[in-house]
Design a binder for this molecule. Structure first.
Ligand SMILES: Nc1ncnc2c1ncn2[C@@H]1O[C@H](COP(=O)(O)OP(=O)(O)O)[C@@H](O)[C@H]1O
Length: 280
């Protein structure tokens, strides 16, 4: 989809593909543009174009990244694009740090701009397809995405809210190799017919142990703010994609060892590697 966006010099307009958008807030009550399921089937001509939805801490990054390696498509996390922009010097970094450190969402204009640049760079390198993680986050972003490309599938990962906070607070990244870990021990008892959930920590190897860092926005206060904002702004997206017949709900049954094979099964990818090698 990387016929990508540019911020128009004239100020309050930004563009994605050949379309321009006003930088003002979206009127969610306006009907969304027709989605792409209605258009021709292009899935056979290109790699997958998938979106991962889910609350902060649910594990979107982990599963999206594993699937991207399996399918050979880029995993594009807008949170990573924001953190890269934060790490660079300049006025954008200052503008972003205040927003991100309060757990608030960056403007649609900035986020579409960052995503567009990333897609453009990927296209120049010959990338095809994507797994988007953290985008779209608002109805307006979903409408913009729907205007410029076909989304094949939206995977909505779910975990009980009690688990999400603990998982966010347990996240760690190695500042040398960049890998993500989680030091939280989750053990939620089942009640009212709901199954319990236990997850072992994902501990780093000894060489990373002394290099672990915690995201500045993974404090309890900011995590709770992010969860609240997610529930307010992103849940309408579930309904939107459900109504297009694109939403796949997936309740994570536990940690990676239990969840990964079940997710592959749900995506009908459980024998994907075998089929790939047989076809080769
Ligand atoms: N699509 C988006 N729209 C607006 N802001 C975003 C978007 N994606 C990421 N951000 C910003 O980057 C921060 C970190 O994003 P992310 O790593 O996806 O965190 P989370 O753990 O909340 O899912 C968010 O709190 C938000 O400020």
């Amino acid at each position: 989809m990387a016929r990508v966006l540019r911020v128009a010099r004239s100020s309050s307009l930004f563009s994605f593909g050949s379309r321009s958008y006003s930088a003002e807030a979206s009127h969610v009550s306006s009907p969304p543009p027709p989605f792409l399921g209605a258009r021709r089937d292009v899935t056979k001509e290109r790699n997958v174009q998938w979106v991962f939805l889910g609350c902060p801490g649910v594990g979107k990054g982990t599963y999206a990244s594993r699937l991207s390696s399996l399918l050979g498509v880029p995993h594009i996390a807008t949170g990573d694009l924001v953190r890269d922009a934060l790490a660079s010097s300049g006025p954008l970094s200052q503008q972003l740090s205040e927003i991100v450190n309060q757990g608030k969402l960056v403007s649609d204009e900035i986020i579409v701009n960052l995503l567009s640049k990333r897609l453009e760079a990927g296209e120049a390198k010959g990338e095809s397809g994507f797994i988007l993680d953290g985008f779209p986050r608002t109805m307006r972003q979903a409408e913009i995405l729907g205007d410029v490309t076909d989304i094949d599938l939206v995977v909505n990962l779910k975990l009980p809210e009690e688990v999400l906070v603990d998982k966010c607070l347990g996240r760690r990244t190695c500042n040398q190799c960049g890998k993500g870990f989680n030091i939280a021990h989750i053990n939620l008892k089942g009640e009212n017919g709901k199954p319990g959930i236990s997850m072992d920590p994902l501990l780093p190897p000894p060489q990373c142990m002394s290099k672990l860092i915690t995201r500045a926005d993974d404090t309890e206060e900011v995590v709770k703010a992010r969860l609240r904002i997610y529930n307010e702004t992103s849940q309408p997206l579930e309904e939107y994609y459900r109504s297009k017949g694109k939403l796949m709900e997936f309740d994570l049954p536990g940690g990676i060892p239990e969840s990964w094979p079940r997710l592959l099964e749900a995506l009908r990818l459980d024998d994907y590697e075998e089929k790939q090698s047989a076809a080769a």
